[in-house]
Design a protein around this ligand. Structure first.
Ligand code: PMP
Length: 376
């Protein structure tokens, strides 16, 4: 697709985040007249065949990218990942077990606690959420009827990520309640064995599209059942959305269209295996730099828990932060200020962030490190 030259900055935002230029150009080209239909996707009825085919294409692209088996289905919902914090206990029942690895996991747990019993099985809060559990978690023999295990595969604020599926041990044996994962910030960034999960959810606004679309990948045995908790409004039941093919009410039509373009772009790139390689390469550039200049930088996450999506670090001399931010601004680099609860810097490296943007940032950081401090 022909793209006329225009200003594009180096966008490391944590979400909403960068889109591939070719996806934006395609959306622009189709914006007023979608494929010769004489109207914009924005103006289409969600009940028209054209939008139905967009929804079907979005679903089939995700299914292809993750090789989703027939046992599972894809739903497009609204309300962000935050609404899932509540829908999960409503539909799966109380008695969820949570691994608390950051703000979002804490929020998921506290929503579940509003609705009934929920358990925190593990937490890295006392260590500033600098890690995710590395070994199976032994649970108390007295803990009965755990409905599901909930974890956050990538902790956007702290820059930690699981590189395995967490597991539980009870009475010396593997204990396997339903497995639920908040994949908001590493969705479609690497291969995932979907068959291992009962429910995966993700806000699209980091790797997979715009804000306002939440993707749920759910086992059909769950989505075709009524909610476990009684008196749940229809709109909060997975079954309602599954029965109506994500069209119980008006979906975020334009958001789903952009998500479709983004997922088809990912397929063109070579799928999640290829994206994972690039994402690993991007994050390695930054972690190598942090490790090379320990007098200048200090990573937040422990090495085994480092995220490929959000690289978090502080300056050894925090008084230099403003100067570094200005150096970045001068090179049109944005979105690298750390979350207020961690401080320092956070560099988000979602699928659409290019290696060349990362090289530029590394160059600025290295120049800064060399000019202000010596190597270890
Ligand atoms: N989970 C994770 C891991 C997140 O990063 C976020 C948002 N940044 C949320 C949940 C909340 O998502 P939303 O704003 O879509 O509700």
């Amino acid at each position: 697709m022909k793209v006329t030259l225009m200003k594009r900055i180096h966008n490391f935002n944590a979400g909403p985040a960068a889109f591939p230029l070719s996806v934006l150009a395609r959306a622009k080209e189709e914006f007023i007249d979608y494929q010769g239909e004489g109207l914009s996707v924005l103006e289409m009825s969600h009940r028209e065949a054209t939008f139905e085919s967009i929804l079907a294409r979005a679903k089939s692209a995700i299914t292809k990218l993750y090789q989703i088996p027939d046992t599972h289905e894809v739903l497009f919902l609204q309300g962000g990942a935050s609404l899932q914090f509540a829908m999960i206990p409503m539909n799966l029942g109380e008695g969820g077990a949570y691994l608390n690895t950051g703000v979002w996991a804490t929020n998921a747990l506290s929503e579940a606690k509003i609705l009934g019993q929920a358990h925190e099985l593990w937490s890295s809060q006392n260590e500033g959420f600098n890690a995710v559990p590395q070994t199976p978690i032994h649970i108390d023999q007295n803990l009965q009827n755990l409905q599901y295990l909930h974890y956050t595969s990538n902790n956007t604020i702290y820059g930690t990520q699981y590189h395995h599926i967490p597991s539980l041990i009870k009475d010396q044996t593997k204990y396997q309640p339903m497995l639920v994962c908040d994949m908001s910030s590493d969705f479609l960034s690497r291969p995932v064995d979907i068959s291992a999960y009962d429910l995966i959810y993700a806000g699209a606004q980091k790797n997979a599209g715009p804000a306002g679309v939440t993707v749920v990948i759910i086992k059909k045995t769950i989505s075709r059942q009524s909610a476990k908790m009684p008196h749940i409004p229809k709109i909060l039941q997975y079954k309602t959305h599954a029965d109506k093919d994500s069209m119980f009410n008006t979906p975020n039509t334009y958001g789903i269209y952009l998500l479709m373009l983004m997922c088809e772009w990912m397929i063109e790139q070579g799928g999640v295996e290829h994206l994972a390689q690039i994402n690993a390469q991007k994050s390695k550039c930054l972690y190598d730099l942090i490790d090379l200049y320990p007098n200048a930088f200090e990573g937040h996450a422990l090495k085994h828990s480092r995220s490929m999506m959000n690289v978090t670090f502080r300056l050894k001399d925090e008084s230099r932060l403003e100067a570094l931010m200005q150096a970045c601004e001068a090179r049109e680099i944005i979105g690298i200020k750390g979350h207020r609860s961690v401080g320092g810097m956070r560099v988000s490296l979602y699928n659409a962030v290019t290696l060349s943007s990362v090289y530029l940032l590394v160059d600025v950081l290295e120049t800064f490190a060399k000019s202000h401090v010596s190597k270890s």
